[in-house]
Design a binder for this molecule. Structure first.
Ligand code: ATP
Ligand code: MG
Length: 339
């Protein structure tokens, strides 16, 4: 029998939960800011990772394209090194307990709490024609994601702090009213993790749902596309490669170069001393392409055998459901539902 995730081999290992939306092709920002850490954390924690497809439909998705995106995101996560033997990686909608618990938690979330979420305000501004109830109650579903697995830790970027705080409030409120069911999750700030900015507007973060494709590097961009996007990256009117205030574009490219080569900023300044932006951008493009080459190769391998891929995501969903269904049953019993 497969080891079940709510009985970790080493019980002292803390559980981590994290998810990513299949709302577009994963970017270099996702990779350097989140996925590399996801991979490293597999060695020290009991990791539960999810492709958050339920969350992704808060924004309109074209069905055929969406289906492909979910599958590709799953394969790409495996290709960056999320080893399903070491942790759990599942597609959120394959575990119906998420939607079920989300309803119970929505009934324990206040309107005022949801109305304060900055992501709701931002996304309702950028999708003014589709401000749906799901976009509003998104944090209740996110709380369900985390609480179903009794995760101790949730790695978060600055953009997710407010949501995790609300998940904690919901967990505490439920436990207080109905009795202890949920572990109250703590934020986890990974040791390393860069914030990658847009190549076209370095004041904005790189985002997979950006309408301008030149703003991001998709993990599946072919090498020549990567080099071309880098060539077009917005910098400034100087010529010297150095890290400084007001040089957002160059700072961003130096951060990226540093992350993929392991060189520090001083070393990078020395390497490009007197060589100008053109040469620097070409080097950054090539370094990124080099870093992504093995990821792309593994991705193609996974995608070339859909049967094997399906077997993996089915098994992983079952593994996740084992824990999720127990937590849901406990919560439903506390609420007073007849089982
Ligand atoms: P969307 O535009 O649909 O919100 P996204 O690119 O912001 O997509 P998410 O699915 O919201 O991606 O986030 C997935 C993970 O990637 C989160 O942990 C988030 O903090 C991280 N992340 C996203 N963009 C960046 C970035 N530019 N730099 C570093 N980390 C990032
Ligand atoms: Mg986001």
């Amino acid at each position: 029998m497969q080891p079940q995730i709510n009985e970790p081999a080493a019980p002292e290992r803390k559980r981590i939960f994290s998810a990513i939306q299949p709302s577009g092709m994963l970017t270099l920002g996702n990779y350097l800011g989140a996925l590399k850490n996801w991979k490293d954390m597999l060695d020290d924690y009991d990791c539960v990772y999810s492709v958050a497809d339920l969350h992704a439909i808060t924004v309109r998705q074209e069905p055929a394209k969406f289906r492909r995106q979910v599958l590709e995101t799953f394969a790409l996560l495996m290709a960056v090194g999320i080893d399903t033997e070491k942790g759990t990686l599942f597609i959120q909608s394959s575990v119906p307990e998420h939607a079920q618990l989300a309803w119970i938690l929505a009934c324990n979330t206040q309107f005022g709490e949801l109305a304060r979420m900055t992501q709701f305000k931002d996304k309702s501004a950028s999708h003014a024609d589709n401000i749906n109830a799901g976009l509003f109650t998104y944090p209740s579903l996110q709380a369900a994601d985390i609480l179903l697995y009794n995760a101790h830790l949730v790695p978060i970027g600055a953009d997710q702090k407010q949501h995790l705080e609300l998940s904690r409030t919901i967990a505490e409120r439920f436990n207080h009213f109905y009795g202890p069911v949920f572990t109250v999750p703590e934020p986890y700030i990974p040791k390393m993790g860069a914030k990658v900015m847009s190549l076209q507007d370095p004041a904005k973060k790189m985002s997979k749902s950006d309408a301008n494709q030149n703003a991001y590097i998709a993990l599946l961009d072919p090498p020549e596309v990567i080099v071309r996007k880098l060539k077009r990256a917005v910098t400034d009117s100087e010529t010297e490669v150095r890290c400084a205030e007001g040089k957002d574009g160059i700072n961003n490219l130096m951060t990226i170069y540093s992350c993929v080569t392991g060189k520090n900023l001083k070393e990078i300044e020395a390497e490009f001393d007197g060589r100008g932006y053109g040469e620097f951008k070409a080097a950054v493009g090539e370094a990124i392409a080099e870093e992504l080459r093995p990821v792309q190769r593994r991705f193609s391998e996974y995608m070339s055998d859909k049967g094997a891929l399906e077997k993996i995501y089915r098994e992983q969903a079952e593994k996740a459901r084992y824990t999720a269904s127990r937590t849901l049953a406990k919560a439903m019993k506390k609420v007073g539902f007849i089982r």
